[in-house]
Design a protein around this ligand. Structure first.
Ligand SMILES: Nc1nc2c(ncn2[C@@H]2O[C@H](COP(=O)(O)OP(=O)(O)OP(=O)(O)O)[C@@H](O)[C@H]2O)c(=O)[nH]1
Ligand SMILES: [Mg+2]
Ligand SMILES: [Zn+2]
Length: 359
């Protein structure tokens, strides 16, 4: 096997040339389990540990190696342990806000060619959540592919309706209806997977990410578990992020189901995910329009005239609010939260006056 088979290309080569630590060679991180790592080189997959220097110089979790990263390693103990000295810059990435008050990120995976955002057709289906995932994927410059899994649980009309709902929310890109049970959609997924390219499965616990991976591998390599009967929620079966190589040479990363996708978009990303609103905003009378109450606000006018679905406007506000907050300190945030909440409330009230039919 060569490094190109593991996804290495000219982009990384150029980055690597700049900064090779002495006596180091390249490997790719294939598993992260808390502070334990596996890396893979041309020959083997083996355990790895970051140097103390790398650990202690990491300002945030983002600076630590994550699955999919290219790293510089030195081999020890007769080649049975790799010591990670440095992480190459990331071409693309997925990251989420860490728990806690500080505005910090946690890496999910790096150097992906596409991300499969999976939602199941049952109770898990949720447009707002989909929008959040898309923001995260866009922000990391990763191409999204939406998978609606467990489509065997829904009749064809129901499925059409869900897809229409996604499209109505201006969610573009590929949508694949998949059933791991009947095999519907599996070929469509397979067709996307290219040798030497890296893909990642993300989505709530229990939607069938690992089941799909096992199917593609052709064997029950990783554990799966039934969802809870009472609410259809998953049991957080997958505990670590793991990269596997499929028979055709594609690289697929399975991730643990995320509880709540902390979002830390920059304004730009929100604009990308809400491109039609972003376009409208250029026609607002004031350059710094908050789109809440200003006269001449093109966005509010579009909502009033019905050109822009009110739902869509609300999720835009929600995202803007969240992303703006992350750039503030905690105390600032607490203050603004109240203020912003009041402004949204009064803007909504205004709209109701204009459009009594909408709710
Ligand atoms: N009906 C139906 N059930 C499915 C399908 N795909 C997966 N399941 C079932 O859903 C349950 C959860 O599947 P997993 O593959 O473990 O889900 P996961 O997304 O990996 O969940 P976490 O690892 O917890 O994040 C299992 O009981 C699967 O058999 C499907 O297409 N249709
Ligand atoms: Mg799993
Ligand atoms: Zn405006």
């Amino acid at each position: 096997m060569e490094l190109v088979d593991l996804g290495y290309d000219g982009w990384f080569q150029q980055k690597a040339r700049r900064s090779v630590p002495p006596e180091c060679t390249l490997a790719r991180v294939t598993r992260v389990d808390r502070d334990r790592y596996l890396v893979r080189n041309e020959r083997v997959e083996l355990p790895a540990e970051p140097t103390g220097k790398l650990l202690f110089s990491a300002a945030t979790g983002e600076d630590l190696p994550c699955v999919g990263d290219w790293v510089f390693v030195q081999y020890h103990n007769e080649g049975t342990l790799a010591i990670i000295h440095d992480v190459l810059p990331r071409k693309t990435f997925l990251r989420r806000k860490s728990a806690g008050e500080k505005a910090e990120y946690q890496m999910i995976a790096a150097n992906l060619d596409a991300a499969f955002i999976m939602q199941s057709c049952d109770l898990n289906f949720n447009l707002r959540r989909m929008e959040r995932y898309l923001v995260v994927v866009n922000e990391g410059h990763v191409e999204p592919v939406i998978i609606l899994s467990k489509c065997d649980l829904l009749d064809p009309e129901g499925l059409e309706k869900r897809i229409a709902e996604l499209r109505l929310s201006r969610i573009e890109g590929r949508i694949i209806a998949l059933s791991n049970k009947t095999g519907v959609g599996r070929e469509a997924v397979r067709e996307i997977l290219r040798p030497g390219k890296t893909y990642c499965l993300i989505g709530s616990s229990g939607v069938g990410k690992t089941t799909l991976l096992n199917d593609l591998l052709g064997r029950e390599m990783f554990e799966t578990a039934a969802v809870r009967e009472k609410d259809g929620r998953g049991r957080h079966t997958t505990a670590r992020r793991q990269l596997s190589m499929l028979d055709n040479g594609a690289l697929l990363i399975d991730t643990p189901g995320m509880r709540e996708l902390g979002l830390m978009g920059v304004g730009e990303t929100v604009d990308e995910s809400f491109s039609e609103i972003h376009l409208l905003s250029k026609r607002c009378r004031f350059g710094d329009c908050s789109h809440l109450s200003e006269p001449g606000c093109a966005i509010l006018e579009a909502v009033k005239s019905g050109d822009l679905p009110e739902e869509r406007y609300q999720s835009y506000l929600k995202l803007i609010k969240e992303s703006a907050f992350h750039e503030m300190s905690y105390v600032e945030r607490r203050k603004k939260e109240k203020h912003f909440g009041r402004m949204v409330k009064s803007a909504m009230k205004e709209l109701k006056k204009w459009k009594p039919s909408s709710s």
